[in-house]
Design a binder for this molecule. Structure first.
Ligand code: ADP
Ligand code: MG
Length: 606
């Protein structure tokens, strides 16, 4: 009840001024500027999906804006398409163009992708100039017409304002639905560690393609609206430099929130107007201002605004709240570990070898993991332990040998597919997504289990809601049982190392694995934390999961392992019960012999 009332107040505070705004505006020019704010806002929301959430260096948002504008203009002027057809078609065409670049982004990364997108933007500018039969060349296309909604036509700038406001509201709803869903959260995961996202079941290739499609789709929508709002499209509107405008909007306003994008859009339109009388100094002051914001306020101007209690209060009203108060009422988590015939290995590694240049990191390694058993893998640093985990999870492709899950070969499968088949892992070096809270770290790992598609998720269908509730229940059970529930809303990067390590194991369990690979889970933990870890691994084992445990802490390993395999220089030295391994002369010589108890491994990437 109180929530409903609060929401109403929130909407009133936000919407009423926006609806009354045109009454306060006297000049047509000012109304035009305000309309520009709305148009920039929609494109920047889009950019916030690819650049802000997913961390892709997309530098050609202006070109996508232009694709939308020109598509709508061409449809309208050359084919006589009505507004209600031209706008959706332009949006879809632009989204498809974005998808194409998205596909390339999965092969060309980082700075190279940035250069690729700049190249696309430059190419697009040239195309607009030099293909007059279609684009109208330097003079562009005019007489695009007015937005026609069958029963009425939008003519004046004030009417356009209301139309654009409606589209901005629709875009805001769409953006927040995506950002709060498993899609938005996994995009953030990709930004912070895309290898970990892929290895925990997120199809990172498709997710990046989606991010680019959504990002450019919103640019296309805004572009089409530009064509109708201004009535003219020319190449200069969409030149490469315009793309920087949108990046600046995210930097100045703040990319984390819708409010930040709105503030950035207002600034980007009105700041140049305010500074214009300063003539020559205008650009310099502008530049200094941007530099100051970047240095002093990495979260953008929105971070100051949110410190004002009233703004914060309104802002929190619109935050999506998670109801995690009544776990008992949440649906049971389906699945868990299916009973399987004992005596059959769930994972088999047969004569696997891999070379890096001249180095045989693994030669002829064979290993079998059984349900409900803890199989330890020990050996000196550089023995090839992490390499084996990377081969099993599809990060590396072995040069020879076979790896099978339940008798089926994993050869050629991408890591997220292998994860979805039931192999989960942790990393020798923590690979949590520090930009997400603890509970979101866990929830992202349910990506493969939540089957509801993109549109079902955006429209929050019953199936999507049920799946979310199940994932939440799974996360809650795990966190409560591990005594980490209190940390659920803390950003994981702010937590102590031991907590992060435990949460990483919890995250690996979220996908209901059959096989769990733990790469040095006890490294860096205190003795009491190791005790908690021992209990946790025993619980995991009791639930029927096969555990591969890599660690240097011999007491810990001997305590819980059913079987131990010792690797040395990439070869299996012995594979037997803890008692036999402990007494094995070669193991003593190669590993245990010095009497030094190692607790930490050399830090290396996954
Ligand atoms: P550990 O048993 O300590 O986990 P690793 O499996 O990490 O050992 O490494 C085994 C050997 O393979 C090391 O000599 C390491 O330098 C090498 N190695 C691992 N991954 C790569 C790689 N991607 N490229 C080159 N060499 C690698
Ligand atoms: Mg290692």
């Amino acid at each position: 009840m109180k929530d409903k009332r609060n929401k109403l107040i929130g909407y009133a505070v936000l919407v009423v001024p926006l609806l009354l705004l045109p009454l306060a505006v006297k000049s047509r020019a000012d109304m035009g500027l305000i309309n520009n704010v709305l148009l920039l806002y929609i494109v920047s929301l889009g950019l916030n999906i690819s650049l802000g959430l997913t961390g892709m260096s997309n530098m050609c948002q202006a070109a996508f804006w232009g694709v939308g504008a020109y598509t709508a203009a061409i449809l309208s002027t050359r084919f006589g398409a009505p507004f209600l057809l031209a706008v959706p078609v332009a949006t879809v065409v632009t989204a498809l163009a974005g998808m194409l670049l998205g596909v390339l982004s999965t092969r060309i990364k980082g700075i190279y992708f940035a250069i690729l997108t700049i190249g696309f933007a430059l190419f697009f500018s040239l195309l607009l100039q030099n293909w007059p039969s279609v684009t109208g060349g330097g003079t562009g296309l005019r007489n695009i017409g007015s937005p026609d909604f069958i029963f009425f036509t939008v003519e004046t700038r004030k009417q356009l304002y209301f139309m654009l406001l409606a589209f901005a509201a629709l875009s805001t709803w769409f953006y927040t639905s995506v950002a709060n869903s498993k899609y938005g959260k996994s995009m953030i995961a990709i930004k912070f560690n895309d290898t970990a996202a892929e290895l925990l079941g997120v199809d990172t290739v498709m997710r990046k393609v989606l991010a680019m499609a959504l990002s450019s789709g919103l640019a296309g929508l805004s572009g089409a609206l530009v064509a109708y709002t201004i009535g003219v499209v020319t190449p200069t509107q969409f030149i490469y430099g315009a793309g920087l405008t949108f990046i600046l909007i995210l930097i100045l306003g703040g990319s984390g929130t819708v409010l930040g994008v709105a503030i950035g859009s207002v600034l980007m339109v009105f700041l140049p107007e305010v500074l214009a009388p300063l003539k020559f100094w205008n650009t310099a002051i502008y530049g200094v201002l941007v530099a100051v914001v970047i240095m002093v306020l990495p979260g953008g101007l929105v971070s100051i605004l949110l410190r004002i209690p009233f703004v914060w209060k309104i802002y929190t009203i619109f935050q999506k709240k998670r109801d995690d108060s009544r776990i008992e009422d949440l649906p049971q988590v389906p699945g868990g570990q299916a009973q399987r015939p004992s005596g059959q290995p769930v994972l088999t590694v047969r004569n696997a070898s891999i070379n890096f240049g001249g180095l045989a990191a693994m030669s002829d390694v064979s290993l079998e993991l059984y349900p409900g058993q803890v199989h330890a893998l020990i050996g000196p640093n550089g023995a090839g332990k992490s390499t084996l985990v990377n081969c099993i999870t599809g990060v590396y492709k072995p040069n020879s040998g076979a790896i099978e899950l339940d008798g089926k070969s994993l050869a050629g499968l991408t890591p997220h597919k292998i994860s979805r088949l039931g192999i989960s892992r942790t990393f020798q070096n923590l690979a949590v997504w520090i930009g997400l809270t603890s509970i979101d770290n866990l929830l992202v790992a349910r990506d493969g289990i939540q089957k509801a598609g993109f549109w079902a998720t955006v429209f929050n269908t019953k199936k999507a809601r049920q799946e979310q509730a199940q994932s939440l229940a799974a996360a809650k059970r795990l966190l409560v049982s591990m005594d980490l529930w209190e940390l659920r809303d803390s950003y994981i990067g702010t937590l102590p190392y031991g907590h992060q390590k435990m949460l990483e194991i919890a995250r690996a369990l979220m996908a209901n694995p059959k096989v769990l690979l733990l790469d040095e889970p006890a490294a860096g933990l205190t003795a009491p934390e190791v005790a908690i870890l021992v209990k946790l691994i025993k619980d995991i084992q009791a639930s029927g999961v096969a555990v591969l445990l890599i660690d240097h802490n011999m007491k810990f390993v001997m305590d819980i392992a059913d079987k131990i395999t010792v690797l040395n220089y990439g070869k299996v030295l012995v594979s037997d019960t803890p008692e036999v391994v402990r007494a094995h002369p070669e193991v003593i010589a190669a590993y245990l012999g010095s009497g030094i108890k190692r607790t930490k491994g050399v830090k290396k990437d996954a």
